[in-house]
Design a binder for this molecule. Structure first.
Ligand SMILES: Nc1ncnc2c1ncn2[C@@H]1O[C@H](COP(=O)(O)OP(=O)(O)OP(=O)(O)O)[C@@H](O)[C@H]1O
Ligand SMILES: O=C(O)C1=C[C@@H](O)[C@@H](O)[C@H](O)C1
Ligand SMILES: [Mg+2]
Length: 222
């Protein structure tokens, strides 16, 4: 099967990893989902889509404005609708927003639509990378460190739950993170895209959550 069609995404549970064609990046603010995603897409010659930017272009306003008028709940509703549409696409690199894993229906969609990579990042590094940016409403607080810690405590188990692969971004340079994910994707999934060949061997440094989970639960797949 060359591509997971939207109908199958909506109806089939347990699509094997080898039949997924998207790459989905999850992780906290400042993990580098947008940055890694853009480079990864260029390297693999795949379209890059950032769900935060997609949401902004659909609404015509920026994320802080959505939070201001509709609150976080309104933002999450819109985010879920965008993710549902994007998960129906085929052969894209998708950078999600940091809170995309909060809704169970999002987690299910993301897990089924691609190779999900958790870019794990310590709070200190998140703080450094987001320090000058005013575009993240959840960080416009007196104590951004405490906010990031609280968010990570809730979300880390959810990122882990949804991920097929976990990459520590503090140990890898941007370029090696990109190379590592690209290699893993070629190994696991790229045979599904026309004109691509599965690669050889596992990328060093990659932690394959899928296989660890499979080893525990005795099955492979979603
Ligand atoms: N691996 C990296 N090495 C060095 N700098 C990085 C790396 N990844 C991201 N950055 C820098 O950190 C900042 C935040 O990265 P980015 O916007 O990609 O994070 P994000 O995960 O998409 O965050 P959000 O969830 O808020 O969208 C950017 O300025 C980017 O240049
Ligand atoms: O971590 C979060 O909840 C968010 C992260 C950003 O990517 C945006 O999606 C928004 O600022 C919310
Ligand atoms: Mg981003």
């Amino acid at each position: 099967m060359p591509c997971t069609t939207p109908a199958q995404v909506n109806t089939e549970r347990g699509i094997p990893l080898a039949e997924r064609t998207n790459i989905v990046l999850v992780g906290p603010m400042g993990a580098g989902k947008s940055t890694v995603g853009r480079h990864l897409a260029a390297r693999l010659q795949m379209p890059f889509v950032d769900s935060d930017r997609e949401l902004e272009s659909r609404t015509g306003v920026d994320i802080p404005t959505i939070f201001e008028y509709e609150g976080e709940e309104g933002f999450r509703r819109r985010e879920a609708a965008v993710l549902e549409d994007l998960c129906a696409r085929c052969g894209i690199v998708l950078a999600t927003g940091g809170g995309a894993v909060m809704r169970p229906e999002n987690r299910e969609q993301l897990q089924r639509c691609g190779l999900v990579v958790y870019l794990r990042t310590p709070v200190t590094l998140q703080l450094k990378r987001t320090a000058r940016d005013r575009n993240r409403p959840l960080l416009q607080t007196e104590d951004p460190r405490a906010r990031l810690e609280a968010l990570l405590e809730v979300r880390d188990p959810l990122y882990r739950e949804v991920a097929h692969l976990i990459v520590d971004t503090d140990r890898e340079h941007l370029r090696s993170t990109v190379r590592l994910i690209a290699r893993q994707y070629r190994n696991e999934c790229a045979g599904n895209r026309p004109g691509t060949q599965p690669g050889k061997g596992r990328a060093p440094g990659a932690r394959n959550n899928q296989k660890r989970k499979a080893a525990r639960s005795g099955h492979r797949g979603a």
